[in-house]
Design a protein around this ligand. Structure first.
Ligand code: IPM
Ligand code: MN
Length: 351
């Protein structure tokens, strides 16, 4: 890691630039307080660029990011003027795959009773992390289509699971549990319906888990996990699962926090450039209104600071966000009236 930390900022589309602007202010305040030197470079990637010249991620850009940056702060990608679903995939999924960001860490923490959608549930009952595998599964687009558009069409997307890929995400989850009070790790798969690929997950989970005798293991099929996450979320601390199930479970988790705008994420490859982004998308209907919730993006900055080995700065950002609620500065997403900028002002001042 460099002494000066080099950060690429990709605000992207829709509400991406609005929330990222607030996250950058918070990042600058935390860096100043903790004497971190940061060099930020904003990249013009997204819809405007694509509509101008048809390119998504220019060739050479991935290598430049890999070799010259420590972290990427990402807003959101997606624009109603671009119908082709490959557009967003080519930017976000290319970054995840080509930078080999195999851990998608998605913490789920409910910060206030007014954010909690469940009855008979205290905010403190909702506090777990999802380790989503981020480089395999059906996301790699291995497959094809035969006789497209006919009554005899055959469409195939393979579910790719490699021993190395499964092992490294499962190990990351156990490492996290071991360094966070030996909390329980829950692995979710669908081995009852997908016996080949998901039996690999079961075997790896047992084998890797044996290296962590102090960490309790639990296995649940993913449908049962979804049920228990709503009925009794307090029992979960670390959840590890594949790319597709992790995508779905982390949206459920975002709902338990108050909404998709509350949820941060880190796309990690320890020791290498990693990418930090709110879980939400570009939400074009909210763009330009000044009411998008920047908390997910600001909390992603905390995850970034931890990756940059500035844990106290990360703690400060999280503590500053927590102070929004006693101050009654609730985002519109959870029924409040605080604007994007008002939330950014408050958190920047509190850091
Ligand atoms: C997410 C998103 C992406 C995903 C989409 C935009 C491809 O839903 O980050 O959760 O499925 O990973
Ligand atoms: Mn998603």
């Amino acid at each position: 890691m460099h002494v000066v930390k080099h950060i690429a900022v990709i605000p992207g589309d829709g509400v991406g630039p609005e929330v990222t602007a607030q996250a950058v202010r918070v990042l600058a305040a935390a860096a100043a307080k903790h004497h971190l030197s940061l060099e930020l470079e904003t990249l013009d990637l997204g819809a405007e660029h694509y509509l101008r010249d048809g390119t998504t991620l220019p060739s050479g850009e991935l290598r430049r990011l890999r070799t010259t940056k420590d972290a990427i702060l990402f807003g959101a990608i997606g624009d109603p003027r671009i119908a082709d679903p490959r557009y967003a995939k080519e930017i976000l999924l290319a970054l995840r795959f080509e930078l080999d960001l195999y851990i998608n860490l998605r913490p789920v923490k409910c910060l206030d009773a007014r954010c909690c959608p469940l009855k008979r549930c205290e905010p403190s009952d909702i506090d777990f992390v999802v380790f989503r595998e981020n480089t395999e599964g059906p996301y790699v687009s291995v497959g094809g289509v035969l006789r497209r558009g006919t009554a005899d069409e055959v469409s195939i997307n393979e579910d790719i699971n490699t021993r190395k890929g499964v092992e490294r995400i499962v190990r990351a989850a156990f490492d996290y549990a071991a360094t966070h009070g030996n909390c329980k790790v829950t692995m979710a798969d669908k081995a009852n319906a997908m016996p080949h690929a998901h039996d690999l997950w079961q075997r790896v989970f047992r084998e890797v888990g044996a290296d962590y005798p102090g960490v309790a293991r639990q296995h649940l099929f993913v449908d049962t996990l979804a049920l228990h996450l709503v009925k009794d979320p307090a029992q979960f601390k670390v959840i590890v699962t594949n790319n597709l199930f992790g995508d779905i479970i982390s949206d459920l988790g975002a709902a338990l926090q108050g909404g998709v705008g509350m949820a941060p994420s880190a796309n990690l490859h320890p020791g290498q450039v990693s990418l930090f982004e709110p879980v939400h998308g570009s939400a074009p209907d909210l763009a330009g209104k000044g009411i998008a919730n920047p908390i997910g993006s600001i909390l992603s900055v905390a995850l970034m600071l931890r990756h940059l080995e500035a844990p106290q700065a990360a703690d400060d950002v999280e503590a500053a966000v927590a102070r929004l609620f006693p101050a009654n500065l609730l985002p519109v997403e959870v029924g409040g009236t605080a604007t994007t900028a008002a939330i950014g002002d408050f958190v920047t001042a509190c850091v």
